[in-house]
Design a binder for this molecule. Sequence first.
Ligand SMILES: [Zn+2]
Length: 457
Amino acid sequence: MDPRVFLAVSACKLSIRLLRLTGRGGTAIPGKIALKICPDLLGRLARDVSCAIITGTNGKTTSARMAEEIYLRAGVPCFANRSGANLINGITSAFIENATLTGKPKKRHAVIECDEAASKAVCYLVDPAVVLVTNVFRDQLDRYGEVSGTLSNIYTGLKNAPNAVVCLNADCSLTASLADRIPNRVIFFGVDVPIYKNPVSEVSDAPYCIHCKHEYDYTYRTFGHLGGFYCPDCGYKRPEPQLAVTGILETGPASTRVRMRVFGEDLLVTVNLPGGYNIYNAAGAAALSEAAGFSRETAKAAIAGFSCGFGRMEAFDLGGKSARMILVKNPAGCNQVINYLSALDEKALFVCCLNDNSADGKDVSWIWDVNFETLSDIADRVPEILVAGIRAGDMAVRLKYAGFDETKLRVFDGDYDALITAMQAQPLPVVIMPTYTAMMALRAKMSAAFGGRDFWE
Ligand SMILES: [Zn+2]
């Protein structure tokens, strides 16, 4: 055994323990320390682990959690980087937690959520058995630049995953285009029908053909640039998915029932999460399950029984009142929250928390690409909006320009105690839409006030 492995693994395990003793859940720092001691540690620890990698702009965490549930229900012990530490340091920490002091894996399967840019190195080091690419949307402007940059990062990741079965979103013209550029076996997943009766209109992140720059036409759209795209000029079009959602049977505030066709077999599937984007997450997880060789019944049961966490439609108890927290980081995700609110039958209190720390994205101008105008159309069901966070002022201005009645906006800036009191003081269920660091701050306050798990559990 290489002494560096022993040293790196023990240093990392010790620092994880110390961080937890001091009440901090940081999962990236221990990995960083370990990689300093032994730079090729991840590759060594991954040698005897069969790994599924989940990457793409939106839906990584939820898809990964669904996939993890499938493994557990199939009786295949697996580990995961569950708190969303999806860069190489955090992923290394997860592999170290799964390793003995001599570097042997305790569990031999991993479900790893991976940042798009980090996928280049991570795929190279872990040689995944499956890669799921959820979609490519424009993220915060200041992160990785344009969507083409994100796509090229994922492509490099796939080139570094020669042994993987690759699951691609057929409805995303960007993601689907990867299929022709790689020799791997590909499973396409997609949604064959529109999801919402009246989806918010939004700016497409990919209006022009990736091959010839001609504008796409659509036979239908689900949301954003996703749907039945085709290029009238060069003929590039949505590939036929082997795993398709062929009908949306019932949409509720907590779940959705869909019909799925999986390699010709029709299944009725309950997605135990609301919102159209979770239909995609479920389809992606089901495709991953096919790629990994699990039974369809197992996937179906896992998707129906799955419960979410960490800002992905996470349900909270606000001292007897129900609250859901939906993390957002870009216009596409934000529009999905508005679609969700529009489809609700009941009234709700909407809370927006906008921060501009580096983990949120420094540039908050993306809020102008979100269709907040729809909120004024449903003002009878969203009677009031609470706005908080470092950039609460910008958010309030945006909502005002969207036509939302100014007298029904309440601005809290960074005062989360006052915000929580205000949420509690009114009778409606609460839907909270924070950016990343706002979620962390709010979550800490809420678990202190009402109990709840720490985020690394
Ligand atoms: Zn074209």
